[in-house]
Design a protein around this ligand. Structure first.
Ligand code: ADP
Length: 247
């Protein structure tokens, strides 16, 4: 793993189109810092995008940032490609550097929705240091059992251009996204790699749930519910936690 990349290369690749568009929540008195936790395929990406739009804060998806780095052929992309394809985790120092650089950007001052970071307790401790004096943080767990995950990920097709998921309920899955890009299977969505990602989740990421529970910052949601219901529950949680914190 090389450490020679400039974080800004990966960081510039982060999606910037997630801005206030519809039904925005009224501005909060303090930053709304949210972390989504859940196994691969729990729906974190979908919910992160919706939630960030509603809160008018950016989504920070480390998986998307890394995949874009791979596509761009940058130094960080070349360094992480094989790790991603094995379903293992990128080393903590690299990830923390990427996230630190992103959180240093001005658009995160009012808060953010983090999807994919932290992914283990050491990353959570690193995030705590990055967030000193930056308001409260709430971790929302999307709980989905393993059988459902394997089914979802095996069927998932993602637009290679804009990253949108093909609608899994639409009879014959479409091959082309409305943006014109092709829907393809992610290279880490094969059954062997999915199982490795689930093992990695159990070993490294699940302990995070206790970490946040112990400090009373964890809220859990049934991630098998329909996306609209999951989104509604997340908004209720955010309103309860952050309005309460502000009052
Ligand atoms: P998943 O659906 O498995 O949650 P993501 O799109 O979030 O997928 O991430 C894809 C891959 O990127 C992971 O399997 C891992 O290799 C790498 N990755 C993303 N975020 C992190 C992180 N915080 N720490 C280490 N590796 C990460």
């Amino acid at each position: 793993m090389t450490r020679t990349f400039a974080p800004s290369v990966a960081v510039r690749a982060v999606s910037r189109d997630i801005r206030a568009q519809e039904d925005s929540r009224r501005p909060a008195a303090s930053p709304t810092n949210v972390v989504l936790i859940g196994p691969p395929g729990a729906g974190k990406g979908t919910q992160a995008t919706r939630l960030a739009r509603w809160l008018s804060v950016p989504t920070i998806s480390t998986g998307d940032m890394l995949r874009r780095a791979v596509q761009s052929g940058s130094a960080i992309g070349l360094a992480v490609k094989a790790v991603l394809e094995r379903g293992e985790l990128i080393e903590d120092a690299t990830m923390t550097e990427i996230v630190a650089a992103r959180l240093a950007e001005a658009d995160t001052e009012a808060g953010f929705v983090l999807d994919g970071f932290p992914r283990n307790v050491d990353q959570a401790v690193a995030l705590d240091s990055l967030l000193e004096q930056r308001g409260d943080l709430i971790a929302v767990e999307l709980a989905v059992p393993e059988g459902a995950i394997i089914r979802r990920l095996g069927q998932r097709r993602v637009c290679e251009r804009c990253g949108r998921n093909a609608d899994p309920l639409s009879g014959t899955p479409p091959k082309v996204c409305p943006c014109g890009g092709a829907f393809r299977q992610r290279s880490d969505d094969t059954e062997t790699v999915i199982r490795e990602r689930l093992r990695t989740y159990d070993r490294a990421t699940k302990p995070l749930i206790d970490f946040y529970r112990q400090r009373h910052s964890l809220r859990a949601i049934d991630g098998t519910l329909a996306p609209d219901l999951v989104a509604a529950q997340i908004s209720q949680i955010i309103d309860a936690v952050f309005d309460h914190a502000a009052s």
